[in-house]
Design a binder for this molecule. Structure first.
Ligand code: PLP
Length: 384
């Protein structure tokens, strides 16, 4: 199943805008449901990857839970119709109002990242006469071999509870009467393409589980987070990530206790390939070694290249001339406002429609109004 561009229809719209292939999104959701369903795994969608209304409601319709990292994401998930029983709330710095919001709505679980946070959740739950279900986000010290800005599972990262602190955590849990341990939570990073990192995670989880069991604690849920990477180089060959191999690793290597549930929190791999950022060339300008194709989208519309030197495939949708090298840059007053250097494109001119691929995740949601630019609009394959 490939991403398709209805070029004539897209030409009618002012650029820049995000375009979503809803058939590809649905095919991706079906693939996840089939492959995870084989093992009875439960998948939550990481709302932070893309909280666009149509995308979010399509994912809700497919039966996913919601993994939220802010109070507003919790609110948005509930407004979209996600069942509170399928909403989990993670994040290293939850404010009191955000915790209260989760408590008032009886969400499934708070993923807790420190003892002080556990104490605050207990205190706020006590005030409401509630018992909060919590999972401990444990830092498994597994290297995800990904960009250092998006690796999260090492002891030096700000995320999670380190293993040397676990004894203190279970002592605290024994005294805090308004929190109840529901599970263990792990998330080692994002854009992970080496599945061996997930095998390593499973082995660490098994060891950590053994320790909990030795302390007479049996967690009901093992939440292994998200992080499955996608193929940014070849968005068409890899339009649906290899969910089969991904879930199989967990089936093969996680040692589960009877009745234990396995939960996942996938973001990027669910939505990245179904989105593209469409932009037009404003000017072509000669540089020293390459030409600059100056487009009307900028880092305010798509931040990833400027933020993490992320690669996105760039295509000229209307030219079939001989290829030349271009630096594709935006109009914003920052040198980092560049989508790609020395990119091979068919000879490109003013007005050409350009697609920046694989931008369904961490694209539209990170858009901002720097330089007082407008936020990008969005169009969908079933209503262009
Ligand atoms: C961001 C995040 C995810 C999703 O990560 P992807 O790489 O987009 O799959 C899952 N869980 C937590 C706690 C996160 O912060």
């Amino acid at each position: 199943m490939n991403f398709t561009f209805p070029i004539d229809a897209l030409q009618q719209h002012q650029t820049p805008f995000y375009y979503y292939d809803m058939e590809l999104l649905n095919a991706t959701l079906n693939s996840i449901n089939n492959e995870a369903g084989n093992y009875g795994f439960k998948v939550h969608y990481a709302v932070k990857a893309n909280a666009n209304d149509r995308i979010l409601s399509t994912i809700k319709e497919a039966g996913f839970g919601a993994d939220c990292v802010s109070g507003n994401e919790v609110k948005k998930a509930l407004e979209t119709g996600f069942d509170a029983q399928g909403v989990v709330f993670a994040g290293v710095g939850k404010a009191d109002w955000e915790i209260n919001l989760g408590l008032e709505n009886d969400i499934a679980c708070f993923n807790v990242e420190s003892i002080p946070e556990l104490e605050v959740i207990n205190e706020l739950a006590e005030k409401k006469g509630k018992i909060a279900r919590v999972a401990l986000r444990i830092n498994p010290n597994v290297n995800a071999n990904t960009h250092h800005y998006i690796t999260t599972g090492l002891e030096e990262n700000k995320f999670g509870i380190n293993q040397w602190d676990l004894e203190n955590v279970i002592k605290a849990l024994a005294t805090l009467k308004n929190v109840e341990l529901e599970g263990l939570h792990f998330h080692i990073g994002s854009q992970i393409t080496d599945l061996l990192s997930f095998k390593e995670l499973c082995l660490r989880v098994n060891e950590i589980q053994k320790w909990f069991i030795s302390q007479q604690i049996l967690p009901k849920v093992i939440n292994v987070g998200g992080g499955l990477g996608i193929d940014y180089e070849q968005p068409d060959e890899g339009s649906i990530p290899d969910f089969k191999s991904f879930f199989k690793i967990f089936d093969e290597f996680l040692e589960l206790q009877p009745e234990q549930e396995v939960h996942f929190e996938l973001g990027r791999s669910v939505v990245a390939q179904c989105g593209a950022l469409l932009t037009r060339v404003l000017y072509v300008k000669n540089g020293v070694n390459t030409k600059f194709a100056i487009v009307d989208a900028g880092m305010s519309d798509l931040l990833r290249p400027a933020l993490y030197q992320a690669y996105h495939k760039i295509e000229n949708l209307v030219s079939a001339k001989e290829t030349e090298k271009y630096d594709v840059v935006g109009p914003i007053c920052e040198s980092s406002d560049c989508f790609g250097k020395a990119i091979d494109l068919p000879q490109t001119g003013r007005g050409d429609l350009i697609a920046i691929r694989s931008t369904g995740a961490y694209g539209e949601i990170m858009a901002n109004r720097y330089n007082l630019r407008e936020l990008p609009l969005a169009y969908y394959s079933d209503e262009v």
